[in-house]
Design a protein around this ligand. Structure first.
Ligand SMILES: C[S@@+](CC[C@H](N)C(=O)[O-])C[C@H]1O[C@@H](n2cnc3c(N)ncnc32)[C@H](O)[C@@H]1O
Length: 454
């Protein structure tokens, strides 16, 4: 095949593909999170398009990479990572975007020059042309393997299949579908139906959810800053499934509440909106940069919490945690985030098979330390955005095995169960692809038997 002629000016759009390829390479080759990589890219008119290309490519990376690999004469790792990523970006544009094939190839060739690898422009051209011409056959071969067809790592397909055999196929499919943009309305400042009417007045289509009074789902995602009431904190962006933590905790005015793993503060804000007049809300996180985001979020909402930087596994307590026990504790534990893959497709590339078990040990240790701070008769809600039993029911089982005073509570009648949620041994599992169309979450409600010391 003839090499493409050298060019001095790059086609418009080539820079977008090049930046997207750099971002994909940072995730795939360096193991960085897409959020961190994309946050570091300076604002430009092309930023939204670049972000969509990068996230779309990451979503389908594990399907497209083997198809591209089959066309390479040398192992992929011998290519500079941004060029390998550019081939996958190009394949994504050809297979999943509405752009014409020839223009996708043309832009990718120019993007290789923008990446400083003009000498590989011929290779990019040849590989993407062959992909475009033979993709039906190439992808049919790849699709024979379920993990590759659904663009998930094999260990995760096995784990989801083992834990949720009846729902696994739907979960894997839903993980590759873009999630709705859902808002939480501050019910102290107006109802969800009122806000939907306000949006309609601004030509923004949205709907309320039957099972969550604070949730409003936008029909089309949009820039948050353009939402009426967002700058002054009347609404926040939060998946409807995440809006269950505050009602499940059922804090009452005058109570001492601990939000144990608080950052970036989505649930902290909701706890404060849900129950005005708390005696105190202590928001703890072990990551000081993330804790700063809690403060910023609360500032926008016009709410206050006592933000504490502490590792809850550390027996040397911070002063704020040393006082009276807490009446309510939310443990929104760090987890594999396998329930939020549809919003964070990079998770499929970043997580490793042994991560869930390692995380489970951390989760149990945080849960034990928090349970020790719970008042007798108090309630603790344990939540994760993991789909895996090892991080959910098994962690609760671990606490119950060592804490005589811990009891599992039934799902409170006052909180409607999201349609399609699956009762687990100790809690409730929300799965992507279920009728409620939420992210994947696990919730368990625990109580410390009354009449025991904290
Ligand atoms: C799932 S995120 C919490 C999300 C948050 N609740 C929200 O709704 O916005 C888990 C948090 O736990 C924090 N974390 C991890 N290990 C911790 C520990 N040992 N002690 C306290 N916080 C920890 C992480 O920094 C992370 O911010």
């Amino acid at each position: 095949m003839k090499p493409p002629p050298p060019r001095t000016r790059l086609a418009p759009g080539a820079g977008t593909l090049a930046t997207a390829a750099r971002a994909v390479a940072a995730v795939a080759a360096e193991g960085r999170s897409a959020d961190a990589v994309l946050a570091g890219i300076s604002p430009s008119p092309e930023r939204a398009a670049m972000r969509a290309v990068a996230l779309g490519t990451l979503r389908w990376y594990l399907r497209l990479a083997p198809a591209i690999g089959a066309l390479l004469a040398r192992p992929a790792f011998e290519l500079p990572p941004p060029v390998h990523a550019l081939l996958i970006v190009g394949a994504h544009q050809i297979e999943y975007s509405r752009s014409a094939v020839h223009s996708s190839v043309h832009l990718a060739v120019d993007a290789s020059r923008a990446l400083g690898h003009a000498h590989l422009a011929g290779l990019v051209n040849a590989v993407l042309r062959r992909f475009a011409a033979g993709r039906a056959v190439l992808l049919a071969r790849v699709d024979a393997d379920m993990a590759a067809r659904t663009a998930h790592p094999p260990w995760l397909v096995d784990a989801i299949g083992r834990d949720w055999p009846g729902q696994a196929a739907r979960v894997l499919e839903a993980n590759n579908v873009q999630a709705p943009m859902t808002l939480r309305v501050d019910l102290q400042r107006g109802s969800a139906p009122e806000y939907v009417r306000e949006l309609a007045g601004a030509d923004i289509a949205a709907r309320c959810l039957t099972w969550r009074d604070s949730a409003v789902e936008l029909i089309r995602p949009m820039n948050v800053a353009d939402l009426p009431g967002f700058p002054e904190g009347r609404v926040s962006v939060q998946d409807a499934g995440a809006q269950l933590a505050a009602p499940l905790l059922d804090a009452q005015p005058g109570m001492r509440v601990l939000d144990a793993c608080a950052a970036p503060g989505g649930k902290t804000g909701h706890l404060l909106e849900h129950t005005p007049g708390l005696a105190v809300l202590v928001a703890v996180d072990s990551d000081s940069a993330r804790l700063a985001r809690v403060r910023a979020n609360l500032e926008r909402l016009g709410r206050e919490a006592q933000c504490v930087h502490a590792d809850l596994r550390d027996p040397r307590d911070s002063e704020a945690l040393r006082g009276a026990p807490f009446d309510r504790i939310l443990v929104d534990a760090p987890c594999s985030a396998t329930g939020v893959i549809r919003r964070h497709p990079d998770i499929k590339l970043l997580r490793r098979e042994d991560d869930p078990a390692v995380l489970a040990a951390t989760q149990l240790s945080i849960l034990r330390s928090c349970f020790a701070r719970l008042a007798a008769g108090g309630r603790l809600v344990y939540s994760t955005c993991s789909l895996l039993r090892v991080e959910n029911d098994a962690v609760i089982g671990g606490l119950l095995a060592s804490e005589r005073t811990a009891r599992v509570l039934a799902w409170p009648a006052a909180v409607p169960v999201p349609p399609g949620a699956v009762p687990a041994r100790h809690g409730m599992q929300l799965l992507p692809g279920a009728e409620a169309d939420t992210d994947g979450f696990y919730y368990a409600c625990l109580e410390k038997a009354a009449g025991t010391t904290a």
